[in-house]
Write a protein that binds this ligand. Structure first.
Ligand code: ADP
Ligand code: MG
Length: 208
């Protein structure tokens, strides 16, 4: 059973973005989505991650047609099973890095994984306020926060866009290791070819 299955997804806003997108991801698999700015990469991610109902097509997560569920059921899946990483993170600036991670453990009853903090090289800065951290440190904290929930499906929209190349590679290594470890899947939006090639599947969104 695939963890994600997209069947004939099409969507338009002011103009058609994409048509009949099909893919499915099984345990430990990944897909990368590339395309020029405005081609609909983020929109496709929103559609696949319960945030936006497509004009046509079906999205199944864990074998459930998500847009046939009610709002409460959708929120439960999103909260417990999906990890969504954006380029701009949504950390609470006034709280410490540690407190930001604690918030996600409260919702999901998981604990903070010390090993993860070591791997992200953020263990030493956990007591500092978010506003005191560098951009790269903030992004690593925000990804660590998402993984702290132990989600089965990771959606990442240009997650390493504001990291230097070396840090970006380290962060991606952790994400690829993570999906193997928990037998999850990764849906990755990126404009970096070398990164896109690390995924098992790849789609480029071209003009319709
Ligand atoms: N909620 C929305 N309402 C109307 N137009 C939107 C909305 N979201 C995105 N768009 C438009 O859809 C197009 C694709 O956007 P997006 O999916 O963000 O592209 P990408 O991530 O590939 O840069 C853009 O032209 C954008 O302005
Ligand atoms: Mg985008």
């Amino acid at each position: 059973m695939p963890l994600i299955e997209a069947v004939n997804i099409s969507h338009s806003f002011d103009y058609p973005l994409f048509k009949d997108i099909n893919f499915s991801l099984h345990e430990s698999e990944s897909i990368s989505i590339t395309g020029v700015s405005g081609s609909g990469k983020s929109t496709l991610m929103h559609i696949c991650s319960t945030m936006l109902k497509p004009n046509s097509g079906v999205v199944k997560l864990f074998n459930q047609d998500i847009y046939s569920l009610n709002q409460k059921e959708l929120i439960k899946i999103r909260r417990e099973k999906l990890g969504i990483i954006f380029q701009a993170h949504y950390l609470f600036r006034g709280l410490s890095a540690y407190e930001n991670l604690e918030l996600s453990t409260i919702l999901t009853k998981n604990s903070i994984d010390d090993d993860l903090l070591e791997r992200f090289k953020i263990k030493k800065v956990m007591s500092q306020k978010i506003g005191e951290l560098s951009g790269g440190q903030q992004q690593r904290v925000s990804i660590a926060r998402v993984l702290t929930k132990k989600p089965k499906i990771i959606f990442a929209d240009e997650p390493t866009g504001n990291l230097d190349e070396e840090t970006a590679n380290e962060v991606m290594d952790i994400l690829f290791d993570y999906i193997k470890e928990v037998q999850g899947v990764l849906f990755l939006v990126t404009h970096e070819k070398s990164l896109a090639q690390r995924c098992k599947y790849h789609r480029d969104l071209k003009e319709v």
